[in-house]
Design a protein around this ligand. Sequence first.
Ligand code: NDP
Length: 344
Amino acid sequence: MSTDTLRHFVSLAELTDILARIFLRAGVSAQNAAILAANCARCERDGAHSHGVFRIPGYLASLNSGWVDGKAEPVLEPASEAFLRVDARNGFAQPALAAAAGAIADMVSRFGVAIVATRDSHHFSALWPDLEPFAADGLVSLSTVTGIATVIPPGGHRPVFGTNPMAFATPVEGGPPLIFDLATSSMSNGDLRIAAREGRTVPEGTGLDALGRPSTVPQDILDGGGLIPFGGHKGAAIALMVEILSSALTGGQFSAEVDFSSHPGAETPKTGQFLMVIDPDCGTRSRHRSRVATLVEMLRSAGQSRLPSDRRYANRALADRDGIPLTRQTYNDLLALADEEPLG
Ligand code: NDP
């Protein structure tokens, strides 16, 4: 929200509480407000800043425009014994996932696998918070989400893909879950917007301007240009898969079909989410966790000192000890949105 540097430290519980009251004031149901607030506060705690409190104005703009229904009650539609369709009813994706949690646990315990195809949902956050609880329960999971068309395919001249993240989570013997969660674009749109706001340039290969020229100026990429997929045609193929799993398979809109022009101010993508949850005991008979731990040890001893999730867990440990750092201005902005007295 703000770029000043005076710090104020809040606990996860306090930040979650403030955010829940902001969502409630914006007309979100109490149940959905609690889910969204917990999600956003955990992103901020882990230093996932592109999906922490930075997103609050976007959430509010979408809610105020009437584009997303904060009171939506998801509908579960079993498609087969291990395949669940979820109609999010134009609500946020996280309440839809929460509504499906019991059915997912049941499918995994009975069949060793659960596929969840959610449609008509708005995912405006990181994916790792969706998957970490499965890994903490000893399950392997994979999820993909489509977004708003901001990514130009190779050789193309207009965005077709969203930044289309894909996340994977697994339990590890003797350690916290290993999770990777990455946009299939060169950079997430949130990070691009943060760089634009802070007046920073971005690395070469991030995106193209409105004339199709490579650019390192975030605003030029945002104004009529677009990001490009990571890894050239290989990343583009994964972005394509994300569109197919998250939108074609679920019945959600493709990123390029999202049109909120009739809802000025709206920012959240209304698309779909794919989720697969696997009981690893069906594969290696209880050895999965220790096999993953062996692989992690091989990587570390081969010299990979930083694995996916390491940065987030380090930020989490610091925040658990010291509190979550916000600028005082951001803290006061949040208090104002929650209709509370600011710090003096
Ligand atoms: P990053 O490129 O920052 O990180 C991607 C993954 O790689 C993370 O798991 C990260 O772990 C890990 N990682 C980063 N650097 C290294 C390194 N040097 N060595 C080993 N592992 C590393 O993320 P993105 O910018 O691609 O995406 C950011 C977030 O944006 C994601 O959470 C994604 O879900 C979200 N997003 C959401 C969208 C939506 O529509 N809802 C759209 C697009 C993105 P760590 O977390 O520990 O840094």
